[in-house]
Design a protein around this ligand. Structure first.
Ligand code: FES
Length: 254
């Protein structure tokens, strides 16, 4: 175990614990954006910065991927820390001014949108949660970062239709800014993908990765319930009987 001091309070945590996890153990709030407890920390957004002092030297680090060490002292709300967090939110707001979570954080921190950057008017803030979730939770890696700097964002390979996306919607559910659009269309409906191709329902459409995937119908109730591709993937991955996904969750639990 390792003993650290955060805002003057001592806490004992296992080796390998991050400063963010130790702070949460003490109920100390540190704002985060790119961090998700189910994923490997990425340290991309820098919103979770704190001041750490070790062997007499103080530095500013991102708390979500900085591991505790014996005797470490952490301060989560120094003037410098608060200024950096405000600046991070200003920059992110300039990129994605319509992202609800950013507006809330800006209000909480008393931050006004900056006028000196041209808004990108996209909701993706390149936090990478969708990319890590697709790789680490689903095991697919259908998407990755594209472009650099201000233009960096999550995308399908070469911005073309993703061949690997199984349409599970994990990316959609985990995205903190609502940058990913997912919709299911019913039989008789049609949708146009961003590349101009037409998809007929029942299907799941994820515009960001340019996919339209056929939805399988439940053998009992007849309702479409999940992309056929997703069900085939999970049947193979977890070695389920071939007929496991013949019925939807609701019918299976009746
Ligand atoms: S939450 Fe730690 S860097 Fe984004």
């Amino acid at each position: 175990m390792v003993t650290v001091k955060i805002n003057g309070k001592e806490v004992k945590v296992p080796k390998g614990t991050t400063v963010l996890q130790a702070a949460r153990k003490l109920d100390i709030h540190i704002p985060t954006l790119c961090y998700h407890e189910a994923l490997t920390p990425y340290g991309g957004c820098r919103l979770c910065v704190v001041a750490v002092t070790r062997d007499g030297a103080t530095q500013i680090v991102s708390s979500c991927d900085y591991e505790v060490a014996e005797g470490l002292e952490v301060k989560t709300e120094t003037d410098v820390v608060l200024e950096i967090r405000k600046f991070v939110i200003e920059l992110l707001l300039a990129e994605a001014p319509d992202a609800k979570i950013l507006k809330e954080l800006a209000q909480e921190m008393g931050v006004k949108p900056l006028k000196r950057f041209k808004p990108r008017n996209e909701l993706c803030i390149a936090c990478g949660q969708c990319i890590r979730a697709c790789k680490e939770i689903v095991g697919v890696s259908a998407i990755d970062f594209a472009q650099r700097g201000y233009e960096k964002k999550a995308a399908s390979p070469f911005f073309e239709r993703s061949q690997d996306c199984i349409g599970c919607g994990t990316c959609y559910n985990i995205c903190p800014t609502g940058a990913i659009t997912l919709k299911d269309i019913a039989e008789g409906e049609k949708a146009l993908l961003p590349d101009g191709s037409e998809v007929a329902g029942p299907a799941r459409i994820i515009d960001n990765w340019k996919v339209g995937l056929e939805l399988k119908r439940c053998k009992q109730c007849g309702e479409p319930f999940a992309p056929q591709f997703q069900l085939e993937y999970f049947t193979k991955k977890v070695k389920l009987p071939e007929d496991f996904f013949e019925v939807c969750v609701e019918c299976r639990t009746l």
